[in-house]
Ligand binder design. Structure first.
Ligand code: UDP
Ligand code: MN
Length: 647
């Protein structure tokens, strides 16, 4: 369209040189040109159709309309060639449902509106996944390896990220990045030698979104189309969960209508991600369902290993390794070590390094990793298996903890849950939960449903750790009868079996926290922040402005340890009078790592009797041991208190 316009104006300019003899003709042309311009301004093209009909992606700026982006004409040509290579997805039946805007979801809305209090995330990333916005490429403190961005795009580091309020990531920067960017190879070399059967199952990728940024949503879609083998990708189903943002309305419909094999379903009720995904699943026809968040980017070869595993293990729920796309710089970080998904008694999700016990049973570095739970961002399973074993719990609302329910149920009812190392997908972990996405009580209610359905008598452990959940469960007894019937029908095992066979670490109750979350210093007004080093021993604890970053999550337990996250790995220790993170020792006398967190805000080192004080050293605030004097820099507050309930 733009090209047509350009040539029209060139034509006009040439014509002007011929002078007055053709004045009438010129006027006519001018009027035509003006009309054409009017039409274009009123109805900006969301995409570009080239002469041969192939699709040309263009970038959209919600504030400034459609832009040419930064592409030079030559790059446009390259993209065109690539487009021919990738689109349309031959062999896929064309969708007739591209105009499903009017679709009305047939999912019943449950309990309805809740009062949402302040945001709390249902899951965190522990330690290795720390993604410090200020960490530069090659920063020895980073345990994640950053991968280069396209030229010039790193420039936004240090600027005030735009769109942060709405999305929890740097939307302004994302808009400037290509919708189709190539990610460098990060897979284990053995992955590249894998060969996959030509008869792999097919996949439907379901992306449920609510007011997602245009750029991240479409980058997700293009990334899937550019990486999934044509023969394996049955369809991509976008489920619009009642988005309000303008560009996600007709402009999105139009854009999507040009993409082969991409379907858009719109709900006229806010379903939340759980029921939104179920709606998408009901429309899917692929052998395998892949649920994906709307701000992901897939590595080459991500789909095949998932499909291969599912074709031999139909009862499995599998997940790729989920890498980090930095919310501020959009750099792609891949974690160096392998992790598994776990949870604590608050039913909050965490990552932790694969324990030795599990490493021993794995035959190769690319063998599947048995994982107690998977994250919510990307997960795949056999479609029939999903539908026959209870899909998601449709009485869960909005967002959160559905990944735990799916995983625990899968383990208990005869399946397994695994992370497949050769499959890697990047996910934008938000810097914070945007206000529109705060569903505190919805998550708590979802967790209550897990406890009441799957934890058996262990549900009391959950209630002990989550007082709000305890109070809500007393006030409004949840009805889990359908899920309990399902459990019976499927002949599922009980939670004791899960604790003994899948996740014994959870039953080590002495690790339970008494205080957790951010550790705030009254004097400085900042929070303790874990900075990873190249080796575990090289990390440090400093003070930074408080944020929801996983690097600011600490736990104080009944063994008087202050741990980083819930991974049983790093404890507050002391070296040369400075507080440092160190491997938690299991020796009988580890009083070096013992702390008294007092009511009055002091944190006293048991061995020395000194207090943790925030002290400025060079241009950083560090934590030092000083003689206790109760000055404001010695006063600390944990974000959450869990009461004293340990033995
Ligand atoms: N989402 C949705 N409806 C909601 C909440 C979330 O469709 O009510 C989508 C959201 O757009 C995203 C996915 O569900 O694609 C997961 O949500 P989010 O990314 O906020 O979760 P996080 O990854 O931050 O845990
Ligand atoms: Mn997400």
């Amino acid at each position: 369209m733009r090209r047509q316009l350009q040539s029209a104006s060139m034509f006009l300019r040439k014509k002007c040189r011929y002078g007055s003899r053709k004045l009438q003709f010129l006027l006519l042309l001018l009027m035509l040109g003006f009309l054409l311009l009017m039409v274009t301004t009123l109805n900006p093209p969301p995409s570009n159709q080239s002469k041969d009909g192939t699709f040309q992606p263009v970038e959209f700026n919600p504030r400034e309309g459609y832009q040419m982006g930064f592409a030079e004409p030559q790059e446009m040509l390259d993209t065109q060639e690539e487009s021919q290579q990738y689109y349309p997805l031959d062999g896929l039946s064309p969708f007739i449902s591209l105009r499903e805007d009017e679709l009305i979801a047939a999912v019943v809305s449950p309990a309805g509106r809740r009062n949402h209090s302040k945001a709390r995330k249902g899951y965190r990333v522990v330690k290795q996944q720390s993604r410090r916005p200020e960490a530069k490429e090659g920063d020895p403190e980073s345990q994640l390896e950053p991968l280069p961005l396209e030229d010039g795009h790193g420039a936004a580091v240090g600027q005030q990220p735009l769109g942060l309020e709405t999305h929890g990531f740097n939307e302004a920067l994302s808009e400037r990045l290509s919708l189709r960017r190539e990610l460098p190879e990060v897979r284990h070399p053995l992955c590249l030698q894998q060969e996959y059967d030509s008869s792999l199952p097919t996949a439907s990728v379901i992306i449920c979104f609510h007011d997602e940024a245009w750029s991240t949503l479409l980058r997700t879609v293009h990334s899937i189309m550019d990486t999934a083998p044509k023969a394996s990708l049955k369809d991509i189903i976008l489920v619009d969960d009642l988005s309000q943002q303008g560009p996600l309305k007709s402009a999105l419909s139009e854009y999507i209508s040009k993409l082969d094999g991409v379907k858009l379903i719109r709900s006229n009720k806010r379903l939340g991600v759980i029921r939104g995904r179920m709606l998408g699943a009901a429309r899917a026809t692929g052998d395998v369902l892949v649920f994906m968040d709307s701000h992901c980017e897939c590595q080459k070869g991500w789909l095949e290993p998932l499909l291969a595993r599912l074709s031999s293990n139909r009862n499995s729920v599998v997940s790729p390794v989920i890498d980090v796309i930095d919310w501020k710089t959009f750099q792609y970080y891949h974690s160096v070590g392998l992790h598994r998904g776990v949870f604590d008694w608050k039913l909050d999700f965490h990552w932790e390094p694969v324990p030795e016990r599990e490493e021993k049973v794995r035959q190769s570095p690319i063998s599947p990793i048995r994982s107690p739970v998977v994250a919510g961002a990307v997960v795949a399973m056999d479609r029939h298996h999903f539908q026959n074993t209870g899909a998601y719990d449709s009485d869960m609302t909005m967002w959160g903890a559905e990944n735990l329910e799916l995983s625990i149920r899968t383990w208990l009812c005869g399946g397994s849950v695994e992370i497949i190392p050769c499959s890697r997908v990047g996910h934008v972990y938000r810097s914070h939960v945007p206000r529109a996405f705060s569903y505190d009580e919805a998550i708590v209610r979802n967790k209550i449903r897990i406890a009441e359905t799957w934890l058996g008598s262990f549900k009391d452990n959950f209630y002990k750790h989550d007082t709000v959940a305890f109070l809500i469960s007393k006030a409004e007894k949840p009805d889990c009868s359908e899920r309990l019937q399902l459990q019976k029908r499927l002949g599922c095992r009980n939670f004791q079996w899960f604790l003994s066979n899948v996740y014994p670490e959870l039953s080590q109750t002495e690790d339970m926290p008494r205080f957790s979350g951010k550790l705030y210093n009254t004097g400085v007004g900042f929070c303790a922040d874990y900075r990873p080093g190249r080796a575990t021993a090289d990390g440090s604890i400093e003070l930074s402005p408080c944020s929801d970053s996983p690097s600011q999550h600490f736990e104080y337990n009944s063994m008087k340890e202050i741990r980083f996250g819930s991974a049983p790995l790093l404890c507050f220790d002391v070296s040369h009078g400075k507080v440092v993170p160190h491997n938690c020792t299991k020796e009988t006398d580890n009083s070096q790592q013992h702390w008294d967190v007092q009511e009055n805000g002091l944190i006293i080192h048991v061995l020395s009797g000194k207090c943790i004080e925030a002290v400025k050293s060079e241009d950083e605030e560090d934590l030092f041991l000083c003689v206790c004097n109760k000055n404001a820099n010695q006063l600390w507050q944990f974000e959450r208190s869990h009461g004293v309930r340990q033995r």
